[in-house]
Write a protein that binds this ligand. Structure first.
Ligand code: SF4
Length: 340
């Protein structure tokens, strides 16, 4: 459990993001987290760089309603302070903390407060010994480097952990998880790291995270985009929705348009996306270009419209329920959806 969010086992796959505000700027960080909550972020991670950031966690936690992960590098004291200030999970690699005594202190407080630790490997920071032993960056050096961290905690009788294997290469990410899944049974935090700007990063993340999820691997996901973290959450949720791992809100099924299209389909779809954003129940809505093929092709949709010349139809589960003028198509569709 990360706070009240289950990870692994029968729990649903959750969507995480990370703030890009200065954690010490409490007001800005709370605002960003609330924006992320509003689009369906399940867990938030904040970077902790000093003791002031640790203290900020306490104040931030009072204002937000999702669990918070403290992301710490190297400094065990910051890890301990984060937990004391209410962090629901730590992201730190024990191999980077230093002496056994220091790791033990972190483990002690995590045990006392039932706080899990995310550990793992990043393709950019694999230890030299693993790179040499396994001939560079590959699934073996990734997995065995991460396993070193797993074993350190297991030797301290601590197994409240989840594993991440981050690479910006999709193939390496997939192979590393496949290998790790053969060796251990811990939950996985999935992500394609440094995936890039939103358009490219969305595709890489969808392919990488989506492939792993469709193999049954992965328990919580974070899409990394160079941009607004709100977009990360939206993309993460769409990835889950596309695999039926998350059911909520409207999924628009729309045709690519062709010579038979007789309505301004592209603009209707754009407008529908905005006007249907408030619908939170899971609903498949079809917006199709022609009455000849539209209703049949979109039979699986709960409700939909198909355009004709100057008019169109509204259909439910492939059956026509109404004929309306083109300019009223979207208004009528929304009225029918609100009745459902
Ligand atoms: Fe063309 Fe009609 Fe198919 Fe849309 S639904 S692509 S308009 S045939």
């Amino acid at each position: 459990m990360v706070g009240d969010v289950g990870i692994g086992g029968d729990a649903s796959v959750s969507v995480q993001s990370m703030t890009n505000t200065d954690t010490r700027d409490i007001k800005a960080t709370i605002k960003q987290i609330k924006d992320l909550e509003a689009v369906g972020c399940h867990i938030i991670r904040v970077a902790v760089t000093d003791i002031e950031s640790c203290k900020a966690i306490k104040k931030i936690k009072k204002e937000i309603s999702i669990p918070l992960i403290s992301d710490v590098q190297f400094d065990y004291k910051l890890a301990i302070e984060s937990v004391k200030n209410g962090a629901d999970c730590l992201r730190i690699n024990p191999g980077n903390i230093g002496s056994k005594e220091k790791i033990q202190e972190v483990v002690k407080i995590c045990k006392e407060r039932n706080v899990p630790i995310r550990i793992g490997a990043n393709s950019g920071s694999i230890k030299k010994e693993y790179l040499e032993k396994y001939n560079g960056v590959n699934e073996n050096s990734m997995v065995y480097s991460a396993l070193e961290n797993v074993r350190i905690l297991e030797d301290m009788n601590y197994d409240n952990i989840k594993i991440s294997l981050k690479a910006s290469n999709v193939d390496l990410t997939i192979k590393s998880h496949e290998k790790m899944a053969e060796l251990v049974d811990y939950p996985f935090h999935l992500g394609i790291t440094e995936a890039g700007p939103p358009w490219q990063g969305t595709i890489k993340s969808a392919v990488g995270i989506g492939s792993l999820l469709s193999m049954g691997l992965g328990d919580t996901i974070r899409v990394s985009l160079t941009g607004d973290p709100v977009e990360e959450v939206k993309v993460g949720r769409e990835i889950l929705k596309s695999l039926d791992l998350l059911k909520d809100g409207v999924e628009i099924v729309s045709c690519p348009t062709c010579a038979r299209t007789q309505i301004d389909l592209i603009n209707i779809v754009e407008e529908a996306l905005v006007r249907l954003d408030h619908i939170k129940k899971p609903l498949k809505v079809a917006i199709m270009g022609c009455v000849v093929n539209g209703p049949g092709e979109a039979k699986e949709a709960d409700i939909g419209i198909a355009g004709g010349k100057g008019s169109g139809i509204i259909f439910k589960k492939g059956k026509v329920i109404k004929k309306v003028r083109e300019e009223n198509l979207l208004d009528e569709l929304i009225k029918e959806i609100e009745k459902l």
